[in-house]
Design a binder for this molecule. Structure first.
Ligand SMILES: Cc1ncc(COP(=O)(O)O)c(C=O)c1O
Length: 344
């Protein structure tokens, strides 16, 4: 059988650095980042903070760590975090809210991970009643991974911001795919920066860097975050090699994100005409989540794809996820459409 390239649409985290990114990494000027002496890391932190109009940033190994540091920054053990039931911080960070911060969680049932200021208001505990945990933090995710890449309306975020400020709560954004949301709405980072106390952005998803996330916030937040990162074991030494990939990604891979969105929308169109698909979450960015008819087993569908050299993810009962990223070429995408169309 002739060799066919694997099309890997399980996640946008599977990308491998391009030749140009690798060259940028190898040319990096590095130092010991635990001493804050890595010039490439320092420059990346300054670049990201300036991009969002925030005071400071901290480079970390993962989006899980930047989220977990933010939760720890804003809470004390016993406090409560309000977030959506689909949120990554709740579902996919290993119970870190409890383990790292000793905080409890109030889950909201939003619309594909997005909730309203009224929902938040209804779930803030009475701080004067000792029965209740003290509500301290509201966390938003944009785009919502489990919501099929759903994006937030900026006006909804602004209403939540007003409420959290009135009630003395912190507001954190899990922006693992924030650049996808910004691209979809043609918004600039400067618009979202001032709406949050802390923002986590990932360089290793659609932006194509091999490793790395940044936590953004005030200088004081980042001074404390630096200590928490150390405690969590995330203090890296010559991290500039990785930060150089982040620089390259921010300089070169932002504008192409809409190509991934276009592929996701084109796939959605094809899936809508397939009898084995009974539902698709409306596609807004690079993620497509669809539901298989009860006549088709998830295992059979995934093994059919695998025989055709396609890897997709199972993300729930009868739910399949395909995510587009810079390692899915146009020709691979055409092949994928043919494979999806041919399934019986
Ligand atoms: C929405 C969201 N937040 C956070 C993360 C965590 O990122 P990492 O895998 O770098 O820990 C992910 C990972 O896929 C994610 O989808």
């Amino acid at each position: 059988m002739p060799h066919t390239e694997m099309i890997d649409v399980r996640s946008d985290t599977v990308t491998r650095p391009t030749e140009a990114m690798r060259a940028a990494m190898m040319a990096a000027v590095v130092g010991d980042d635990v001493f804050a002496e890595d010039a490439t890391v320092n420059a990346l932190q300054e670049k990201a903070a300036a991009l969002f109009g925030m005071e400071a940033a901290l480079f970390c190994p993962s989006g899980t760590m930047t989220n977990q540091i933010a939760i720890k920054l804003h809470t004390q053990p016993g406090d409560e975090v309000i977030c959506d039931q689909l949120s990554h911080i709740y579902l996919y960070e290993g119970g870190g809210i409890a383990m790292n911060s000793g905080a409890s969680v109030r889950l909201l049932a939003g619309d594909r991970g997005r909730f309203t200021a009224d929902q938040v208001a209804d779930n803030i505990n009475n701080a004067n009643d000792a029965h209740f945990p003290q509500t301290r933090l509201v966390a938003i995710e944009n785009t919502v991974n489990k919501g099929g890449g759903a994006t937030w309306d900026i006006e909804d975020i602004k209403r939540i911001r007003v409420l959290t400020q009135q009630r003395g709560l912190a507001l954190h954004l899990d922006g693992a795919r924030l650049f996808n949301a910004l691209a979809a709405h043609q918004q600039t980072p400067q618009v979202v920066g001032p709406l949050f106390d802390t923002i986590s952005i990932c360089l290793s998803k659609g932006l194509g860097a091999p490793v790395g996330s940044l936590l953004l916030g005030t200088r004081d937040h980042m001074r404390r975050a630096h200590r928490i990162r150390k405690v969590l074991g995330g203090g890296m030494r010559q991290a500039g090699f990785m930060a150089a990939a982040g620089h390259y990604a921010l300089d070169n891979h932002l504008t192409r994100l809409t190509e991934d969105h276009d592929k996701a929308t084109a796939l959605e169109r094809v899936l809508r005409s397939m009898s084995y698909v009974v539902d698709i979450l409306p596609v807004e960015t690079n993620i497509v989540i669809f539901k298989l008819s009860d006549h088709v087993s998830t295992e059979d569908f995934l093994s059919y794809l695998s025989e055709q050299q396609v890897r997709a993810a199972s993300v729930g009962k009868q739910l399949i996820r395909m995510v587009f990223h810079l390692d899915v070429s146009d020709s691979q995408f055409d092949r994928l459409l043919g494979i999806v169309r041919a399934f019986r």
